[in-house]
Design a protein around this ligand. Structure first.
Ligand code: G3D
Ligand code: MG
Length: 222
């Protein structure tokens, strides 16, 4: 059975992914670096006051997909009210800490993983751990080993990034969206009860939603 496009001009699938982590770890800077790779980091970026999102086309091993990246303030008083909306239909999450700030790492287990489990149907939510500010090696407070232990515990992969230099920024988003896309292809394959053709599989296939309703992969999944 083939899963190739049945019509020309089908839109690439769109997946919602969310940024999570304490205020100041660099979530907004990472998204800005991804969407404006040539622009040096904007030091005037103020703490995000609500929810906003940006979209970015990304490459995966099975074709191009569109990521809709949601970013939040990371402040409890906003987060409490907004978390259900924030997580609704998210397919992936980037958990960000600052390698120079041990507290931001501790917050992941103490706060963000709990909120994630409370508000997201985390079974089909792909997760990636990102240790940002790798350019500040001299001020490092969180060892790679400690972060790897966290990954092992929660079953996810990790990368260290620098929104300042751009190191691993694209790679991080591509890694997460690759996992998300592979899972969607697998779910579509299972739903059809057969093996799908991977080449061009992003062209017009149907995503299997968590509630077993088929949704158009070209439409927004959020
Ligand atoms: P947030 O969205 O998680 O709250 P921001 O974090 O993106 O607003 O970044 C918080 C501060 O960290 C900003 O500094 C920003 O410039 C800085 N920052 C973000 N990423 C990096 C990085 O990779 N390396 C370094 N050295 N700094 C980074 P200011 O001073 O503007 O508050
Ligand atoms: Mg921000």
């Amino acid at each position: 059975m083939s899963n190739r496009a049945t019509s020309t001009g089908a839109k690439p699938p769109l997946y919602k992914i969310v940024m999570l982590g304490d205020s100041g770890v660099g979530k907004t800077s990472l998204v800005a670096r991804l969407t404006n790779p040539d622009k040096p980091m904007n030091h005037d970026i103020s703490a995000t006051m609500g929810i906003e999102f940006d979209t970015q086309m990304l490459d995966t091993e099975h074709g191009k997909v569109k990521a809709q990246i949601w970013d939040t303030a990371g402040q409890e008083r906003f987060a409490r009210v907004l978390l259900p909306t924030y997580f609704r239909k998210a397919k992936g999450v980037i958990l960000v800490y600052d390698i120079t700030n041990a507290k931001s790492f501790d917050s992941l287990a103490e706060r963000w993983m709990t909120q994630l489990n409370d508000h997201a149907s985390s079974d089909d939510l792909a997760k990636l751990l990102v240790g940002n500010k790798s350019d500040l090696e001299a001020s490092r407070e969180v060892s790679r080993e400690k972060a790897q232990q966290f990954c092992h515990e929660y079953g996810m992969e990790m990368l260290e990034t620098s929104a300042k230099s751009g190191e691993n920024v694209l790679k991080s988003f591509e890694k997460l969206i690759g996992i998300v896309h592979n899972r969607a292809l697998e779910a579509a394959s299972n739903a059809k009860g057969g093996i799908i053709g991977m080449n061009g599989a992003n062209d017009g296939f149907k995503l299997q939603d968590g509630d077993n309703k088929s949704t158009d992969a070209g439409a927004c999944g959020c």
